[in-house]
Design a protein around this ligand. Structure first.
Ligand SMILES: NC(=O)c1ccc[n+]([C@@H]2O[C@H](COP(=O)([O-])OP(=O)(O)OC[C@H]3O[C@@H](n4cnc5c(N)ncnc54)[C@H](O)[C@@H]3O)[C@@H](O)[C@H]2O)c1
Ligand SMILES: O=P(O)(O)OC[C@H](O)CO
Length: 338
């Protein structure tokens, strides 16, 4: 019997990852803060609140006792970005030397730290990795053929994650550009909100294609400015994740955008969802960082103007479309990479 692997988080992605690991015959300890939820999952062998209709694999042991999970050598972190620091900080000492893989796609407000950077800060001696790609939890859990990226400077860790997760429906590619992979996963959520809005407003396929392509230009320009490789954005964790999140009504960020496009307030859109939509917080910190670094991000500015500056959609769309003429593929050379 192989050693148990831990998953922190009782939501849809934590459960999908726990099931993947267990289907590869690894015993899994899935920690969640809610004792009642852990008991229900243990007895009913499903997670009705976050992943309806998906049976829990036999090897998954839900628990609300975090000590059991933290005893594992390999730990997947599937917590909301707002909770990760607070959950891990008290256990910094016992996490030293462990493999900690973040699946969380967000950015910390104020610090602009990505989740694996927060883990590194809390546990400097941890082996840190990031799992990111076009991975809608519902589809992963339903066994849809899926690929993802494990990114870490630690090649042995990448290999270990490939071994434990790789299966007949799930393929894991490796990357050494941890920052780029992680940034791609966080940034695409913002554009998914815009894509959901455009869909609700009845805009067509030309619009969606323009949006995805210009979003890719914008996020790559920003990421390269911060030191990521532009090549990463041509891969699964860049354009791959951008496409799935900007086109699928299963994406929670897309759903928030759709509700906004129907005329609902941001508060109402988020409340109706009842799950994590990281793009809303990411938009705020991204806009501030782009302004600070003077990176041209018209789509981010447009969404920020609508959600937080009281501007009307009509006015914002008008100014986006009447911007000065630009060159098509300019973001790699403009960023000084040629
Ligand atoms: N769902 C997906 O398709 C998917 C895919 C890839 C990555 N992710 C990322 O995974 C992360 C988690 O998302 P999810 O989809 O599992 O979310 P979710 O909304 O399905 O569940 C969130 C879980 O976190 C728990 N939680 C909230 N606050 C907490 C706290 N303070 N302490 C402990 N637990 C807390 C909730 O109780 C719930 O169990 C997000 O960053 C998301 O971007 C999600
Ligand atoms: O449901 P979303 O919008 O959080 O997106 C889920 C995943 O990040 C898609 O890869």
């Amino acid at each position: 019997m192989s050693k148990p692997i831990a998953v922190l988080g009782g939501g849809s992605f934590g459960t999908a990852v726990a099931n993947l690991l267990a289907s590869n015959n690894h015993p899994v300890i899935q920690w969640m803060r809610d004792e009642q939820q852990a008991q229900t999952m243990q007895v009913e062998r499903k997670n009705p609140k976050y992943l309806q209709g998906v049976p829990l694999q036999d090897g998954v042991q839900p628990t609300s006792e975090i000590a059991e999970a933290l005893a594992c050598e390999l730990i997947f972190v599937a917590l909301p970005s707002t909770a990760l620091r607070q959950v891990l900080t008290p256990y910094a000492e016992q996490l030293a030397g462990k493999g900690l893989i973040s699946t969380t796609k967000g950015i910390e407000a104020d610090s602009f730290l990505l989740m694996s950077q927060i883990i590194e800060q809390i546990v400097p001696k941890a082996r840190v990795g990031v799992l990111s790609g076009p991975n809608l939890a519902k589809e992963v859990a339903a066994g849809a053929l899926t690929a993802t990226v494990i990114a870490s400077e630690d090649q042995a860790l990448c290999q270990q994650v490939q071994e434990v997760l790789h299966g007949s429906t799930f393929r894991v590619y490796a990357s050494s550009d941890r920052y780029g992979v992680e940034l791609g996963g966080a940034l695409k959520n913002v554009y998914a909100i815009i894509a959901g809005m455009a869909a609700a407003l009845g805009m067509g396929e030309n619009t969606r294609s323009m949006l995805i392509t210009r979003a890719l230009a914008e996020m790559t320009r920003f990421a390269v400015r911060l030191g990521a490789s532009p090549m990463t954005f041509l891969g699964l964790a860049g354009v791959g994740d951008l496409i799935v999140t900007c086109t699928s009504p299963k994406s929670r960020n897309y759903q928030v955008g759709y509700a906004l496009g129907e005329g609902r307030s941001l508060e109402e859109a988020v409340q109706r969802l009842g799950e994590v939509a990281e793009g809303v917080n990411t938009l705020k910190v991204l806009k501030a960082k782009a302004d600070e670094l003077e990176v041209y991000m018209p789509l981010v500015s447009a969404l920020h103007a609508i959600l937080f500056e009281g501007q009307t959609l009509t006015k914002v769309i008008g100014s986006l479309m009447s911007g000065e003429p630009k060159t098509d593929v300019d973001f790699i050379t403009v960023a000084g990479f040629s």
